[in-house]
Design a protein around this ligand. Structure first.
Ligand SMILES: Cc1ncc(COP(=O)(O)O)c(C=O)c1O
Length: 446
């Protein structure tokens, strides 16, 4: 069977919270000033309580509000598709399945959390949300969701993407959001960085600082983050829950589950519902794929660090390349964040998740092969997961293993990156050892 579909009535009505199941738990966020563990009340000026409760929850199952389910029904349940044409092209006996998250209105998994976040903000009387976006996927997801719940939305878009992806801007405009290139003149931190580095391409760490400053400066505004945090991963668990049901329908179970890792949300989202099985002794592997140019999990340090450049966020215990990391502009993908979700970081610490890094040229090559065999053009981030699936399927061509990967988003608004790849303008880049050593020196002392 090519496509395994679920009825609308079969969409999960509860999210699965993996936090209570992570062996040895997750270290709490710390107050950036006092370095003491931080309770929800301290974060209440930037996030609504509904999301903060989820952030700290030890409940395994949390109901998806009816209003959120109704919006998710626009595209969910998302299809699970067998990449049998890719299998043939590789000459492998492995079965490759992908969960196709590109069907969402904004084109990626990010919409799953955007809808939930907009809902909880609306419920608590918030009028406006501020956020950052790297490649534009999260910004367009939140722009859509905010509009659905009647909220205004302001997006700080990393300069390099702002210049390279005009149609992401058109999309956010269509949903009624306001967009500025980050660093911008609209915030104090933005103005300061522009003065110091007039030609900067920006970074997610800078854009996060601007969006938080925006939210802290206005009574009517709260901030939304598209990855990293526990509540985002909770919302993304719907991906794995659906995929598990779909595989059950055809009597399959994955030997390996793969996700690309930026801040960790799509990978943790598809993996988390399978983790309980793993902990109960089921044989299953988890592979997280990151770019060699931003090797957070494979070469970063496991420590408390800030989530942004301006050091406004709580300290999170995670793998990090240092909060002052500015990624090389040559990389096309959106996986360029210095940190990683504490949940995924703890999964690496516990040796549940195997992290690997891959170079971007092999990823675009994998994306092209996927498009030519399966028809769908993947986002550059997704190409990393495809590359890993190809590596898994090619290790032993006679091994009939079952591979499941998360197809996190389509690449229809990333075609300029493909053009650069074809023109030979993209290069591989290994993050220098020296920068890793230097970044460790600037980690906050806890
Ligand atoms: C299509 C797509 N996949 C993956 C990612 C990585 O984010 P995360 O690790 O939170 O899933 C992004 C981030 O922008 C994205 O747009």
């Amino acid at each position: 069977m090519k496509k395994i579909l679920l009825e609308e009535s079969e969409m999960p009505t509860q999210w699965y919270n993996v936090m209570p199941d992570i062996p040895n738990g997750i270290a709490p966020p710390l107050d950036p000033l006092t370095k003491e563990p931080m309770g929800p009340e301290k974060l209440a000026h930037i996030f609504p309580m509904g999301l903060l409760e989820q952030e700290m929850s030890d409940q395994r199952w949390i109901d998806i509000p009816q209003e959120v389910q109704e919006v998710l029904h626009i595209w969910r349940p998302a299809p699970l598709i067998r990449a049998d044409n890719l299998e043939k092209a590789l000459g492998t006996k492995a079965k490759i399945y992908f969960k196709y998250e590109g069907v969402s209105p904004s084109g990626s998994h990010k919409t799953n959390s955007a809808v939930a976040q907009a809902y909880y903000n609306k419920r608590e009387g918030v009028k406006r949300m501020s956020t950052e976006t790297g490649a534009g996927q999260w910004g367009s997801a939140l722009a859509f969701a905010a509009h659905k719940f009647g909220l205004e939305c302001k997006v700080y878009m990393v300069r390099v993407s702002f210049d390279q992806k005009p149609y992401r801007k058109s999309m956010m405009n269509t949903y009624g959001a306001e967009i500025v290139a980050s660093p911008s003149n609209d915030t104090a931190i933005g103005r300061q960085i522009r003065k110091e580095y007039p030609d900067t391409a920006g970074s997610l760490g800078i854009a996060i600082s601007e969006a938080i400053e925006d939210a802290m400066g206005r009574e009517d505004t709260k901030y939304g983050l598209g990855s990293v945090l526990n509540h985002v991963i909770l919302h993304q668990s719907i991906i794995g829950l659906e995929a598990k049901k779909q595989l059950e329908k055809i009597g399959e179970y994955p030997d390996v589950v793969i996700g690309c890792c930026g801040g960790g949300s799509n990978a943790a989202g598809i993996m988390s519902p399978f983790i309980t099985d793993y902990l109960e002794g089921k044989k299953i592997r988890f592979v997280g794929v990151e770019p060699a140019s931003c090797p957070t999990l494979t070469r970063g340090t496991y420590a408390y660090d800030f989530g942004d450049v301006a050091k406004q966020t709580p300290l999170l215990y995670m793998y990090t390349l240092g909060h002052d990391f500015i990624p090389p502009g040559i990389h096309a993908g959106g996986l360029r964040y210095h940190g990683m979700s504490p949940i995924l970081s703890a999964m690496v610490r516990e040796k549940i998740l195997e992290p690997i890094s891959v170079h971007q040229l092999e990823c675009f090559e994998a994306g092209r092969l996927f498009a030519q065999t399966e028809g769908i053009i993947p986002a550059p981030e997704t190409c990393h997961a495809i590359r890993a699936a190809i590596i898994e399927a090619s290790q032993d061509l006679n091994d009939p293993k079952t591979i499941l990967f998360n197809f996190s988003g389509h690449g229809m608004l990333d075609l300029s990156s493909y053009d650069k790849f074809y023109a030979g303008d993209l290069h591989n880049y290994d993050y220098p050892e020296e920068d890793i050593t230097n970044a460790i020196k600037n980690l906050p002392k806890v």
